[in-house]
Design a protein around this ligand. Structure first.
Ligand SMILES: Cc1cc2nc3c(=O)[nH]c(=O)nc-3n(C[C@H](O)[C@H](O)[C@H](O)COP(=O)(O)O)c2cc1C
Length: 360
């Protein structure tokens, strides 16, 4: 018998907060160097972090990435995330709304975000597979439920297999295209920790998707999370296979460079973003926003809103410092300027083999 979706959601949070579920590969941001500028001709306190994404201006290029909702208790988490998003004018994505499609009595766990702020830029979330049977009606319900400003459709083929032992991804491209064609709000397609390749990015752009969230390897591994859940249930096969695949995916820096070089639509860097320096590198490469998931929920469990706010302010300080030291006065300026950065080691090799960099 399958595990109840609500029970699963609580287990996911508990495992992410209490266990080591990191990928066995890193993001590869460590292979990117920004060139230090000893004469920045700028004042660090004046570094302007504001930016545009999908027609809205945000004060910081930081996204609270998709996490939770759908079971009693998660409204408290979403409330704190919403307070942060509202206070600092940043976008927020809620967790998969599948639970509320099956049981409308849990809609309040997502709606709390709208209650905190009618103005916050709220991104809805649903799995691509959950849309296949009735794409347009399902997507419309998800958006209406929370008056979402955009819809994130997540791709998680690896997680699904390690969770259930099987998955069928046939028809997913067509499903996303139908949703894009009929929905009034922009559609973002996101991975969940295994990254997006340039080929997939080109397909998504060609069917009209408005933005891509690469969510690459190097941070939370959903194969690791599901391996732990299977171990607790004595499912030896899925636990062992999940452990093997906890490092599977395209490291976030590699995925981000592949995608920004192959499409024109905005790209979100996520998957293992752990500092303002990672955010600065992402923006200089060409990302519009950087998203974090696990660090935000862990901060909340460690020390409530105060700790969440501390983490956010630390990220902003680290980001400003990196921009200042690279001689950049504003995030918006990055769109016009090509800031030099150095790519070394395995990341360089990857990009040469993928035809993104030349070997000269
Ligand atoms: C507790 C938790 C729950 C998540 N639930 C969802 C979800 O419902 N939908 C989704 O698209 N991604 C979900 N994610 C994936 C994140 O949005 C993100 O893609 C991934 O965790 C990598 O980012 P990180 O390394 O910063 O955690 C979840 C992540 C966490 C930590």
């Amino acid at each position: 018998m399958g595990v109840d979706i609500k029970e699963r959601k609580l287990e996911h949070i508990k495992i992410v907060v209490e266990e080591d579920v990191s990928h066995t590969v890193t993001t590869w941001f460590e292979y990117i160097y920004l060139v230090h500028n000893s004469l920045p001709e700028a004042d660090i306190d004046e570094v302007d972090t504001s930016t545009y994404f999908l027609g809205r201006e945000f004060s910081y290029p930081i996204l609270i990435d998709s996490m939770t909702g759908g079971v009693k208790g998660t409204e408290k988490i979403n409330e704190k995330f919403a307070l942060l998003a509202d206070k600092y004018n940043i976008p927020i994505s809620c967790g998969s709304q599948k639970a509320a499609l099956n049981d409308s009595s849990v809609e309040y766990t997502y709606n709390i975000i709208r209650e905190v702020s009618s103005d916050v830029f709220l991104i809805g979330n649903i799995g691509a597979q959950d849309l296949v049977n009735d794409p347009i009606n399902t997507a419309e319900k998800v958006v209406e439920m929370i008056e979402a400003n955009a819809l994130a459709i997540h791709l998680n083929p690896l997680q699904e297999v390690i969770q259930r032992g099987t998955v069928n991804y046939k028809g997913v491209i067509n499903t996303i295209e139908k949703v894009v064609d009929h929905l009034d709000v922009p559609v973002i397609v996101k991975e969940t920790g295994s990254g997006i390749s340039m080929g997939v990015a080109k397909i998504l752009e060609s069917i009209g998707v408005s933005a891509i969230n690469v969510s690459g390897a190097g941070g939370t591994s959903w194969s690791a999370v599901e391996a732990i859940r299977n171990r607790l249930r004595d499912n030896r096969l899925l636990s062992e296979v999940g452990e093997l695949y906890r490092g599977w995916g395209i490291p976030t820096a590699a995925s981000l460079i592949e995608v920004v070089k192959s499409v024109e639509i905005p790209v979100i860097s996520s998957g293992g973003i752990r500092s303002g320096l990672d955010i600065a590198k992402s923006l200089i490469i060409g990302a519009t926003l950087a998203g974090l998931a696990a660090p935000f929920i862990r901060a909340l469990y460690r020390g409530g809103f105060k700790e969440l706010e501390y983490l956010f302010n630390k990220l902003v300080f680290e980001l400003k410092l990196a921009l200042f030291l690279a001689g950049i006065a504003s995030v918006k300026e990055l769109e016009k300027k090509n800031i030099p950065y150095i790519i070394i080691g395995p990341l360089r090799e990857w990009l040469i083999q993928r035809g993104v960099l030349s070997n000269e």
